[in-house]
Design a protein around this ligand. Structure first.
Ligand code: SAH
Ligand code: SF4
Length: 337
């Protein structure tokens, strides 16, 4: 887009590189601020292009100050949200890849929106650039990007990978590939394609259940890609990449933390490079309950005793409704009233 606009103005290609650098490294939001360009070019570009594709509407910060969630609006008026988590020494942006999601997991607010549309790579990168801009005054910068916001990245594979390549581009934002993670609800062809990507990106697979009976209920995509198919693809992924594979598991008390699930999970997960990450369910108004204090660590203990490597992810931002999809859902409801 930048190249085409610059070329159509009869300018040499190095001008396009200057604009790209000013946006991805200089974090400018306005062409008039690109001081390396002649003023007439700045004006001509401003008349043709928008340097940012999404506009910030609202940012909420947690009481502890360890996470902030931003609601953006796209040029066509759609809500997009991104969360910036800032534990000590890290700054991780949780990026949305779609507006809503077609998968419809039983516990997820994004699913309730249905799929409205895919996001473009630029709309994804702009969520990260906004976070970088917010961190700059504190002398900090984005250290990690996870595609774990709204949407199923492998239902929007090409744009998600294009966003990863843009973020990684040493001539642009320059984030290491190993600092970028993509999370899927188990789209098997996507996992297979991802295993063949030349970039050393990380993969996470959202599991949420160890048996097909339960997973069919929690993650409807399981009816299309059941656990055997998902795990065949996952085993191939680790065999090919030799990279660690993270399985995400939202713990729903009394539903997926039973002895039956522990046994089923152990059978599937006792493999080198497989790692289970437990996340306490954030209330989204459904029938599920967040595990009581102690229940989560008890579940972890039973899994470890059964030979599963696992960790508990502290989920910051519960008080700002940082569970994926919650803020966007609220904004859609507010707009409908
Ligand atoms: N669609 C992809 C990526 C986005 S969802 C996927 O499902 O992997 C990313 C994560 O958000 C999921 O792993 C799920 O663990 C988490 N999530 C969704 N709803 C949640 C909720 N109500 N509480 C806690 N985590 C939730
Ligand atoms: Fe979609 Fe992921 Fe939410 Fe499931 S958990 S509805 S796949 S965004």
């Amino acid at each position: 887009m930048i190249e085409e606009a610059v070329a159509s103005l009869g300018e040499p290609p190095f001008r396009a590189r200057q604009v790209y650098e000013a946006i991805t490294r200089g974090l400018v939001t306005d062409f008039s601020a690109i001081s390396t360009l002649p003023v007439r070019l700045r004006k001509a570009l401003a008349a043709r292009l928008q340097p940012v594709t999404i506009e910030e509407v609202e940012t909420r910060v947690t009481r502890r100050g360890d996470a902030r969630k931003t609601l953006f609006v796209t040029a066509d008026g759609q809500p997009v949200e991104a969360v910036l988590m800032t534990p000590p020494r890290r700054a991780t942006v949780c990026v949305s890849s779609q507006i809503g999601c077609a998968v419809g997991c039983a516990f997820c607010a994004s699913g309730r929106l249905g799929l409205r549309r895919d996001l473009s790579a630029e709309e994804m990168v702009d969520q990260v650039l906004a976070a970088q801009r917010a961190l700059k005054p504190e002398g900090r910068h984005v250290t990690n990007v996870v595609f774990m916001g709204m949407g199923e990245p492998f239902h929007n594979y090409d744009e998600t990978l294009r966003a990863c390549r843009l973020l990684n581009d040493p001539a642009g934002f320059g984030l290491a590939a190993r600092a970028i993670s993509v999370s899927t609800a188990g789209v098997v062809p996507g996992i297979e394609r991802f295993a063949r990507e030349p970039l050393q990106l990380n993969l996470a697979v959202s599991l949420h259940a160890g048996t097909d009976v339960l997973r069919d209920r929690l993650v409807p995509l399981n009816r299309r890609y059941p656990l055997d198919a998902v795990f065949t693809a996952c085993e191939r992924y680790v065999a090919r990449t030799r990279r660690k594979l993270l399985f995400e598991y939202v713990v729903l008390e009394g539903v997926n933390d039973t002895a039956e699930q522990v046994e089923a999970l152990a059978r599937r997960l006792r493999r080198p490079l497989f790692h289970l990450n437990l996340i306490a369910y954030n209330e989204t108004g459904g029938p599920f309950r967040r595990p009581r204090p102690g229940a989560l660590s008890a579940f972890r203990g039973r899994l470890e005793a059964a030979g599963v490597r696992c960790t508990v992810r502290r989920s910051p931002g519960d008080d700002i409704k940082a569970a994926c999809g919650q803020l966007a859902l609220r904004s859609v409801r507010a707009a409908a009233q």
